[in-house]
Write a protein of this length. Structure first.
Lengths: 397, 397
């Protein structure tokens, strides 16, 4: 796997590649922006005195993870065992699999660990803890385990104040190695003021730390306290008691994060290159070759302060075209129309076809970089040196 | 490409494979249901006396297309040139690329045609028609072209009554071969009564036929009249003047089509196999390992008569569990909760963990089969013989 990926990272740097030579639709990374995003988060974690364990589920790309590692990241977070396997094959050995382990997946976890991967799994139930401990005793191999804490009612995890927390720790017993607690303030995506984000970040921190203190008070080991989401990582006032922070989407940022308020428009590093293929002049529509298959069906800005429909329309140089939106999508068709809903003929000129002739390349900034990236098998990276590189990304489980 | 796909079609038939041996999440095809769906559409087209040209963008799977061909389908429809290339490599030579051609993509079209693919392209603008004709003269190779008709204001195409229609036909001139007209009543997805569907099907038919008549009256050739969408194909009262019908999603059907009213629940052939990985008993939630990465972000039933959120929850044998829905998703987490929004404790019993213990396999029927299928690299096919086969599907452009 590794060798084929390496071989696929074709550098066409210096070959004076123009955007017009890239077949559309294509997922473009602006490397300069991404590099700044990586540096920004790493500097912030350095100032807070905590390790950064990036969540690689956003880019699923070895080259991106290498840039994060080079900037100072320590270990990676994954959302699937396939990510663990692919990144381990590329040399990333310290991996946190941040989805509650299903007992049926333990054989795959063990296989990775026996090959040298320092893979940590998480549990949030006694059933899973017992299964992990039983497997550890059966296989004579203690697995590294963190207990997932629910800090905001968002999804999974156990309450920091619950009896269940201690019971899970005890259920692991001598069959596993309790490495710590982890939590994810996923509800941060629903906020959009600095004060609310700061408060949630503090809640995330304090509940994770509290859970660790309760485990320790119960006589259990709990060296690690892992927290994080991009919005809380960029909003927290303190990381006291925290040992590591996880964040993923900050690498690219996206329109959801713009609405949350943790990035500026000039930090959005992922866009979809598309081309105008037709018009409906009476409606003021340009039809482009990026439908939902390219953008994903993610409508994450639908309930936020600004609804960008399927994405913000920019010119090929990534300058926003403020009066337009990618207002609709079918599988391989996108509809670019006026944000105000007016057709151009309402404005007494039918100019959409003149403004955006067939063949015009546009770049669409996506609602949700994780979902849009997942629609592509590779990224076209516009490098700082002015060239284009193709970096593979992978999918699946 | 073909040989690797063939090699990947591993039959484990007869090996008594249980669903519990399939790693989750996985995309399952119920072959018996799919085969009935294929037969139903083919029989209907036979009764109407028209050819069926299935749209392979839904399954993107050679094996599925072979079943359609064996049932009587004549040619295929594709939404990307990659589909054209992949299916041609597998022996499908009669291909309609049903997205308005971008002049920059003509070299790829020509390359396919020179290898023997009878690839037809479509145009809906003078600019594109001129580019196609110029390319044909330059390359001394007349391309087969259809003109796209807008029959319902849904997306692209030209009005059947417009001067533009004739101008496009003339712009092709002697540089291309005008093969006919095609249209797609995409707005049929927004309807949900037999009368409205029948009316739209008639509108689709009559406008396409009218466009062909106008072209012929103008002295242009127009042998083919191609129409279709799954809802209109299953609702039309007449196909007079039509030569072929295109439809895609009928192979699998989905919850959107159930709401439209053109299929029954026992015709939904695609489901996502998932496993319970945790619970939030106080909320009445079971957490499963199918998030939006497995289901897609498609919320196509959101504005229909019944909103199924991210999908209908069934047991492993595909029996619906009527009081539950896949109500929310994150990237690799799904939340199964009560359809009525009540937590089980509101019903004086905390039974979600007892009803759906960790390790329980569920099957989720998706909103939109095209979008959900696209999240997977392969299908696990539950064959009529009781075995399991793995069929590859592909993505990308």
């Amino acid at each position: 796997m590794t060798s084929s990926r390496r071989a696929a990272s074709i550098s066409i740097e210096g070959a004076a590649v123009q955007l017009s030579e890239i077949a559309t639709p294509a997922a473009l990374i602006d490397e300069a922006r991404m590099t700044r995003n990586i540096a920004r988060m790493q500097e912030r974690m350095g100032a807070l005195g905590v390790r950064l364990r990036p969540h690689v589920k956003t880019p699923k790309c070895i080259e991106v993870a290498r840039l994060q590692e080079a900037a100072g990241a320590d270990g990676i977070t994954v959302s699937t065992l396939k990510e663990a396997e692919q990144f381990f094959a590329a040399g990333f050995a310290d991996v946190l699999y941040a989805v509650a382990i299903l007992p049926a997946k333990l054989d795959r976890v063990l296989a990775l660990r026996r090959r040298g991967c320092r893979l940590t799994i998480i549990v949030d139930s006694i059933i899973a803890a017992q299964a992990v401990a039983a497997k550890g005793r059966q296989e004579n191999h203690k697995l590294d385990v963190m207990i997932e804490i629910d800090c905001d009612g968002h999804r999974s995890g156990v309450d920091a104040e619950s009896d269940l927390l201690i019971e899970i720790g005890r259920a692991l017993g001598d069959g596993a190695s309790l490495k710590g607690v982890m939590t994810h303030a996923g509800s941060s995506y629903e906020l959009d003021t600095p004060a609310a984000l700061r408060a949630l970040a503090e809640q995330e921190r304090s509940r994770a730390v509290r859970a660790a203190e309760r485990l320790r008070a119960a006589g259990l080991t709990c060296p690690e306290v892992s927290v994080g989401s991009t919005p809380t990582a960029l909003s927290c006032a303190s990381a006291a008691g925290v040992t590591e922070v996880r964040a993923g989407v900050y690498v690219f940022f996206d329109l959801v994060m713009l609405n949350v308020g943790v990035c500026g428009l000039d930090e959005l590093a992922l866009s979809v290159l598309t081309t105008v293929i037709g018009h409906q002049p009476d409606k003021g529509w340009a039809i482009v070759d990026a439908g939902w298959m390219a953008m994903s069906r993610d409508r994450g800005t639908q309930r936020q302060r600004t609804d960008y429909r399927y994405g913000m329309v920019c010119d090929a140089a990534l300058n926003p075209i403020d009066d337009l939106l990618l207002s609709g999508t079918n599988q391989e068709h996108g509809i670019v129309s006026r944000r105000d809903g007016l057709a151009d003929h309402d404005l007494a000129n039918h100019d959409i076809a003149r403004r955006l002739p067939i063949g015009t390349q546009l770049r669409i900034l996506p609602n949700h970089a994780c979902a849009t990236g997942a629609q592509f098998a590779d990224y076209h990276v516009l490098t700082r040196a002015g060239g284009v590189q193709i970096w593979r990304r992978f999918s699946g489980w």
